[in-house]
Design a binder for this molecule. Structure first.
Ligand SMILES: [Zn+2]
Length: 281
């Protein structure tokens, strides 16, 4: 039985909203925002369709992430084992096979899992099998965590897959700017492919440190994604709780404006980068 978020992070978890049959809560210490109950059937069918048609990852992006990771690792990737958590259609695993000593993956969606199997990839489908597999040198995850139930339990299980001295390469979405209409404050229907968990920047760092990860690289981008490269402590250290800034939940209109501004900034940044590239040639 999976543990609930408030059984892992045992601070006060208060109700934010109850909307469309879904209860949203926030942890007062780490500011994790999450839905506490299972989604309805219609929700699940939509979600399944969403995953069945999940696009394969971009191999250039994957290789550039691994190149970045290599700067922090003393060993060459061909000496290391690699695990992809939520490996989807297996595109990243195929790339990883070319660089790592041994590769595995976990994919909860049946159709995607079967796709991986047909490509002879070493992939498991059942969450409970994660407790049985050998610890790995590098755990990789690209965008799985916005979709998981019981985030803290799943995340803890994921981090426990890493050997002491092993690494985490994590690319995902964060929500400092968007804890919003989807929570029901705007009275709109909840989007069927909507996430169960909203990760704030500070929440992410808080839980990584709590689980004994030392962060080497962290970048939070304007397009609401982030990249973290972290190393697992070789020995267990005591975790000191730090005070986290309280999440402010804006109303829907304010968020739309912030969102547009961030999009424009992100676009401007890309344009400037392109211009610099053009003039330097
Ligand atoms: Zn918490």
């Amino acid at each position: 039985m999976k543990k609930e978020n408030d059984q892992i992070c045992t601070y006060n978890h208060k109700i934010l909203s109850i909307f469309d049959g879904v209860v949203w809560k926030i942890c007062e210490q780490c500011q994790l925002i999450y839905a506490t109950q299972k989604k309805g059937q219609a929700y699940e069918i939509n979600e399944k369709e969403h995953f069945d048609n999940f696009p394969p990852g971009n191999k250039y992006e994957f290789n550039s992430l691994i190149n970045k990771f290599e700067k922090y690792s003393e060993k060459n990737t061909n000496q290391l084992t690699f695990f992809d958590f939520g490996c989807g259609a297996g595109g990243e695993l195929i790339q990883a096979q070319k660089r790592f000593k041994k590769t595995y993956g976990f994919e909860p969606n049946k159709k995607l899992y079967e796709g991986c199997k047909s490509k002879s990839l070493n992939v498991i489908n059942n969450f409970n099998e994660l407790f049985k597999i050998e610890k790995v040198d590098v755990c990789f995850a690209r965008n799985p965590f916005r979709y998981v139930d019981n985030f803290l339990f799943t995340f803890k299980t994921f981090i426990e897959l890493i050997k002491p001295g092993g690494f985490l390469v994590w690319r995902d979405k964060y929500f400092n700017w968007i804890p919003r209409p989807n929570l029901g404050f705007g009275g709109k229907k909840v989007n069927p492919s909507q996430t169960e968990t909203y990760l704030m920047k500070d929440t992410i760092i808080f839980h990584l440190e709590k689980l004994g990860m030392k962060i080497h690289y962290e970048k939070f981008y304007f397009n609401d994604t982030f990249l973290i490269i972290a190393e697992k402590d070789k020995e267990k250290k005591n975790f000191k709780n730090k005070k986290i800034k309280r999440v402010i939940i804006f109303n829907e209109q304010v968020i739309s404006i912030i969102h547009i501004l961030r999009k424009k900034l992100s676009y401007l940044r890309e344009t400037i980068q392109r211009l610099i590239y053009f003039f330097r040639r």
